[in-house]
Design a protein around this ligand. Structure first.
Ligand code: FUL
Length: 481
């Protein structure tokens, strides 16, 4: 009788059990950072004066007369990007040479004095409209370095820079990202002075004031720079995040253009702020269009490799398209981008774990069972008990199954926790080690040789209880170059 009573109590307790989620761990992402990370794959567009002078860095002494696209069509850019599965486009509204793609009221060095549309055109406006039409988000690059402006290097230039920023942040609708380049200071035209101007990169720009302006006028936009505060440069221009990639960063050790940028590739396990990595890379050797590079567009194999080293390593891929002198994404680039989009879609078209049996060595409670990692819902997750920092999970296909991709995701709203994992397959009646990795974060994908097994086991080690929102296994097909 006593036993029965006890069982009843246990049953009632079980029904009403509502285990709280694990406590948060370390720095956490903001809503804007979360929305940004979920975009995964965006376009960078380098199109500006350099397109017409066939340069990478204009001197600032160019004439607006030189800017004259023959068939500019931002809708074509948007369509190409949308078809490839990209979510947003970031345009170089002003590059280091200072020419403005919008008719800024603060300078004569802009489209308003160009022959294009008799000075009546506005590329930023056309892109904003095209993005809206195609359901893409827009971001803008505004170079802090300005080799055209007479005041560059003096305090007065900051009023100009922030005035331009204000124009861009208030006239073109919602922006998802504002991009501040770390390259700044050096030789330039500077209103005719033609000299070298070095700046104190850490202090000259007074970044906190500029960042506050962005936060005030575009609260949902993330700010990109070597130091964030929204998202960080990945520390190289190959599009590769580190195998280990922490979104937390000891932010205060960096500023745009800081010399310790190589640390940005991996972030810091003991980072103080959440500043995820953005992997920017161009589809061609140059950022800008050069006709001689029409035959140097990256191969499909290179692009796929970049995808797996960026999105597959807890980064966001920002793939640059150098729009040509017509004002169009060149056919060669459009074709490669389309092929890349097809590969990404095909590789992850069928999750082999869907509906399969999953068991874990530890579960926090009924709201946090391992099943949550297979339900396709990014808001549910498998979590372990308060002091359980290492745990394993087994997926049982119920039959021999072939796979060659493993996708893992952490529930990053509560912080980044996993610092290593090992993968095993059950074959010939025993567990065999297959692969291992370090961090997971928002998303980690392993590319594997074809494996045929009945069961897969993953062992995790973490800095705090596990919060795993996805375990996916896929069979990707072979593809060409
Ligand atoms: C660099 C710039 O100097 C390049 O011209 C390009 O804009 C690249 C994305 O960032 O720092």
């Amino acid at each position: 009788m006593k036993n029965l009573y006890f069982l009843l109590l246990l049953f009632l307790f079980g029904c009403s059990e509502n285990t709280p989620p694990p406590a948060t761990f370390g720095p956490l992402p903001s809503e804007a950072q979360l929305a940004w990370q979920q975009m995964e794959f965006n376009a960078f567009v380098h199109f500006n004066m350099n397109t017409f002078t066939n340069m990478e860095w204009g001197t600032g002494g160019e004439s607006p007369e030189q800017f004259n696209p023959s068939a500019l069509d931002c809708r074509q850019w948007a369509k190409v990007c949308k078809d490839a599965g990209m979510q947003g486009i970031i345009l170089t509204a002003k590059h280091h040479d200072g020419f403005c793609l919008w008719p800024s009221a603060l300078t004569e060095h802009s489209v308003k004095n160009s022959p294009w549309k008799n000075g009546q055109g506005d590329v930023v406006r056309e892109l904003a409209d095209a993005c809206k039409e195609y359901g893409l988000k827009m971001g803008l690059y505004l170079s802090p370095w300005d080799r055209n402006h007479a005041d560059y290097g003096k305090p007065e230039y900051l009023d100009y820079f922030r005035g331009q920023l204000r124009e861009l942040l208030t006239n073109y609708g919602d922006l998802f990202e504002v991009w501040f380049d770390g390259a700044n200071g050096g030789t330039g035209w500077y209103g005719g002075a033609d000299e070298e101007r070095t700046v104190d990169r850490q202090n000259y720009y007074d970044w906190p004031t500029t960042n506050a302006l962005v936060a005030e006028l575009q609260p949902n936009a993330v700010i990109f720079s070597d130091a964030g505060p929204g998202v960080r440069w990945v520390g190289n221009e190959n599009g590769f995040a580190g195998e280990t990639n922490w979104s937390p960063l000891r932010r205060d050790e960096f500023y745009p253009g800081s010399p310790n940028y190589k640390e940005l590739t991996e972030g810091h396990a003991d980072g103080t702020h959440w500043i995820p990595a953005e992997c920017d890379v161009s589809i061609r050797p140059g950022w800008y269009y050069h006709p001689e590079q029409d035959t140097a567009v990256k191969s499909l194999a290179q692009l796929v490799d970049i995808y797996y080293h960026s999105v597959g390593r807890n980064g966001l891929l920002l793939l640059n398209l150098p729009v040509d002198t017509r004002g169009l994404v060149h056919e060669a680039d459009a074709r490669q981008l389309q092929r890349l989009g097809e590969v990404i879609r095909a590789d992850f078209s069928k999750d082999l774990t869907a509906g399969k049996k999953i068991t874990a060595s530890d579960e926090r409670g009924k709201n946090f069972t391992a099943k949550n990692a297979l339900d396709g819902n990014p808001e549910t997750y498998w979590a372990t008990g308060d002091s359980v920092l290492s745990a394993s999970v087994e997926v049982d296909f119920g039959e021999t199954t072939t796979f060659n991709r493993l996708m893992l995701q952490e529930y990053i709203r509560l912080g980044q926790r996993v610092d290593s994992f090992r993968v095993f397959i059950f074959k010939n009646e025993k567990w065999e080690p297959l692969a291992s990795g370090t961090t997971v974060g928002y998303k980690r994908i392993l590319r594997l040789e074809n494996q045929t097994a009945e069961k897969v086991k993953i062992e995790f080690e973490a800095k705090a209880p596990l919060c795993i929102s996805k375990i996916g296994l896929f069979e990707a097909a072979e593809h060409g170059n």
